[in-house]
Design a protein around this ligand. Structure first.
Ligand code: SF4
Ligand code: SF4
Length: 97
């Protein structure tokens, strides 16, 4: 049976397997890698809120490591991180260094 294209579907159709980024490991796009310096982290979770890729793991209300499979290295988390006493808890380094 020939599969239908989107133009063949009537308005309001339900597509059972919708688009998802889960299967796309976008971390391979990264030119810069964020590094978490735990000693400067105040667990404010701003990095988690601002990350556009949900690439920061949180468990029991505490920030965990980066999920490098999905982190694209945009640096937003490092920009927003207040850190402890003005010492940023996220540093961006060149990928591969
Ligand atoms: S660098 Fe960008 S994509 Fe990676 S964890 Fe930070 S905010 Fe998310
Ligand atoms: S924004 Fe910075 S201080 Fe806040 S949880 Fe993230 S790494 Fe820690």
């Amino acid at each position: 049976m020939k599969q239908k294209g989107w133009k063949d579907l009537p308005p309001g159709s339900v597509v059972l397997e919708g688009g998802s980024a889960v299967n796309f490991k976008t971390g391979s796009w990264r030119a810069y890698r964020p590094i978490w310096n735990k000693e400067n982290c105040i667990q404010c979770l701003l990095c988690w809120i601002y990350c556009p890729d949900m690439a920061i793991k949180v468990k029991d209300g505490k920030r965990g490591e980066f999920d490098y499979d999905y982190c694209k290295g945009c640096g937003i988390c490092a920009l927003e991180c207040p850190g402890k006493k003005g010492k940023n808890a996220i540093e961006m380094i060149e990928e591969g260094k």
